[in-house]
Write a protein that binds this ligand. Structure first.
Ligand code: NAD
Length: 337
């Protein structure tokens, strides 16, 4: 077993603290040969409280790309928790997917969390399910296993899309075309809310099994939601999908979705603004999951959590008004770069 605080070290050919995404308190590495776990946990900022954020089980083509992901995502968590007004700092975990996930591996991840003694509390993210978290909970107290955050995230995005549409078009979302990329935990629930509220919903996923279970006749399955002509495009799959060249293919007025780190780089927010597309930054709109996960610890009941989800939409509308007033992107107006 290897457990290392790699913050100020030269590790895997990289001086961690000189990485261009680095502005963190701590970066830890853990490896366990027996279980096959290779994992990084980054703590960006714990000024407001212990760092919280999900753990990803994902294939990375190099150590550097995993490091880059965990640094960017943990920084995003600090901003997101701040905006959502929950008393926690930002952190993130990643597990390098180099084979199958196993119970042994999840147990090793619990050992890693225990070594950090609560400086970081983990939830799920891509590749890690609530079932995994509930298994890990048997070996550590440092996980959030109270709810599946996906439906909370979806609800927050739903409220925000409603407000964003009324701000932009001075109309309700009835009859508005909304294209969702990704029919996972967030995208599928979002599609349900939008469909029930009267929107025309399109959805795509690269995994056919996710689409097969959609039975609502008001939700149309398409090959590629990204290129749909629509009022709102909602990315609910993977990050880094908007680049200067990829946005040439966009045909929407508003981008409002749950995926983390949607912009390949921050300057794309200005490119979108120049194309007349309102980009609602992910950290502003996808904090519903954090609100769900922290509701019990903060003593909120379901009704109070719901009202916090509605507050996401109020913040989105305020941000849209500020950006409009200053004739710039929300990203620039809120100085989220
Ligand atoms: P998920 O893994 O349940 O679903 C993601 C779906 O996207 C999968 O079905 C996958 O097959 C699909 N997908 C991947 N690449 C695609 C592509 N190119 N085109 C279409 N579909 C594609 O994940 P989730 O929990 O629904 O989260 C979605 C996104 O939102 C992720 O980026 C996640 O980090 C982010 N997010 C999730 C939460 C949450 O509460 N679950 C909170 C904040 C942010």
């Amino acid at each position: 077993m290897i457990f290392k605080d790699i913050t100020d070290t030269y590790f895997e050919g990289i001086q961690i603290s000189s990485h261009n995404e680095f502005e963190h308190e701590k970066v830890y590495y853990y490896e366990d040969h027996k279980s096959g776990l290779k994992s990084l946990i980054a703590i960006h900022d714990s000024t407001e409280g212990p760092a919280i954020g999900g753990c990803r089980f994902k294939t990375y083509d190099s150590f550097e790309s995993g490091l880059n992901d965990v640094l960017r995502l943990s920084k995003g968590m600090t901003h997101k928790n701040n905006i959502a007004q929950v008393p926690f700092g930002g952190g993130k975990g990643i597990i390098f997917k180099e084979g199958k996930k196993s119970n042994e591996m999840m147990k090793s991840y619990a050992d890693f969390l225990n070594l950090l003694e609560g400086k970081y509390i983990s939830a799920e993210d891509i590749g890690i399910s609530l079932k995994d978290i509930r298994f890990i909970k048997q070996y550590t107290e440092y996980v959030f296993d109270n709810v599946d955050p996906g439906p909370y995230t979806a609800k927050g995005i739903f409220y925000a899309i409603k407000r964003a549409i009324s701000f932009t078009f001075s109309e309700s979302l009835v009859g508005k075309k909304i294209a969702i990329q990704g029919a996972g935990s967030v995208g599928s629930k979002l599609a349900d809310h939008l469909s029930k509220a009267g929107a025309i919903v399109y959805i795509s996923d690269i995994d056919n099994s996710k689409l097969k279970i959609i039975s609502d006749p008001n939700i149309t399955i398409v090959d590629n939601a990204f290129e749909m002509q629509c009022d709102v495009f909602s990315p609910c799959a993977v990050g880094a999908i908007f680049s200067r060249s990829s946005i040439e293919n966009l045909n929407c007025k508003i981008i409002a979705g749950g995926a983390n780190n949607q912009l390949l780089n921050e300057s794309v927010a200005d490119d979108l603004d120049a194309k007349g597309i309102t980009y609602i930054p992910d950290i502003l709109i996808n904090s519903g999951g954090v609100i769900g996960l922290t509701k019990d610890i903060m003593g909120r009941n379901e009704e109070q959590a719901e009202s916090e989800l509605m507050n996401i939409a109020i913040r989105v509308e305020e941000a849209m008004a500020i950006a409009k007033d200053q004739s710039m992107s929300i990203q620039a107006a809120l100085k989220l770069n």
